[in-house]
Design a protein. Structure first.
Length: 309
């Protein structure tokens, strides 16, 4: 790993920003096009491993640890790069980051059960079906395929699902032919699904309330065996972009609040309406908004307690 701290700070305008989640804690990451790899926030990793939520305390601890490691001759004390990441106050600051190997080495400085679990998560999280699907979701922003997706139709939703899960599930993009239930709730029966989806497709989508109602009904239909939530949130955003010139900044919606609101939407959609209305943004061309949206969309499905998945 090369030492770049003395080469000055680097602008991150053209970098891809990502957020990973470990124990419901954010770990910010930034893609460096020049080196073609992800770099991760050192302060975020320190906070996770110390179970400390105070950003200033984690930053100060890293300063102490970095000096200590440098004095001991450990290369981690001098190999960090600086890239700009958005801090909790919403502003971007130059932040110490390490690449994949550097983060593994940093975690090993914290000998504990949590550190071992973190290393296992960090090592294998991108190799799971969700991890691979998430990488494909990121790529949507960079390709022309997203402009070819039919907006607001069943076919369009199938196109999204096939793109996200193609090669990962043999039923990617295919409407389910089996009944499914979750948490005691049964989704639309398979034998009526064709008619149900036809009716949802015919629903109007010219206003926010109409789009939201269509989104809620599609969630209740649950047309795929797996991957409904992630595909349908992209489907929702495409309708909002086309009809209203806005999209959802999913990072503004708390995971537990979202899951609860979606469960309640079966009988009362007012809660999910309020959450989504409060998170709308007109930054429809922002790569950072899109990437964070994917990060949070996949985060909602973590830990096996999905409601809309």
């Amino acid at each position: 790993m090369e030492n770049k701290e003395n080469s000055g700070n680097r602008e991150a305008a053209n970098h891809k920003i990502s957020i990973r989640f470990f124990d419901d804690r954010e770990v910010r990451a930034v893609w460096d096009d020049a080196q073609a790899k992800w770099f991760f926030s050192v302060v975020d990793i320190v906070g996770v491993l110390r179970a400390e939520t105070d950003y200033a305390k984690n930053r100060n601890y890293w300063k102490y640890l970095k000096a200590k490691l440098k004095k001991e001759g450990n290369e981690l004390g001098s190999v960090t790069t600086q890239l700009k990441l958005r801090a909790p106050d919403g502003k971007k600051y130059s932040t110490n980051v390490l690449d994949y190997d550097g983060i593994i080495a940093l975690a090993k400085v914290f000998p504990s059960t949590k550190a071992n679990r973190f290393i296992e998560w960090f090592t294998y999280s991108d190799e799971t079906i969700d991890g691979k699907s998430k990488q494909k979701a990121y790529a949507l922003f960079e390709t022309s395929f997203i402009d070819a997706i039919e907006v607001g139709t069943v076919k369009g939703l199938q196109q999204i699902h096939a793109y996200l899960f193609g090669g990962l599930y043999d039923f990617a993009g295919q409407i389910r032919t089996v009944n499914i239930a979750q948490g005691g709730f049964s989704f639309a029966p398979a034998r009526f699904l064709e008619n149900t989806l036809r009716a949802i497709e015919a629903m109007p989508s010219g206003t926010f309330d109409e789009i939201l109602k269509k989104y809620v009904e599609m969630n209740v239909a649950h047309p795929f065996r797996e991957g409904n939530g992630r595909a349908t949130r992209v489907w929702l955003d495409l309708m909002l972009k086309k009809q209203l010139g806005c999209c959802v900044d999913w990072s503004q919606i708390d995971k537990r609040a979202y899951l609860h609101a979606m469960a309640e939407s079966v009988v009362d959609a007012s809660e999910i309406r309020c959450l989504i209305a409060g998170a709308l943004t007109d930054e429809i061309h922002s790569r950072e908004i899109f990437m964070k949206g994917i990060d949070y969309s996949y985060y909602y499905e973590d830990h096996g307690n999905e409601i809309s998945e």
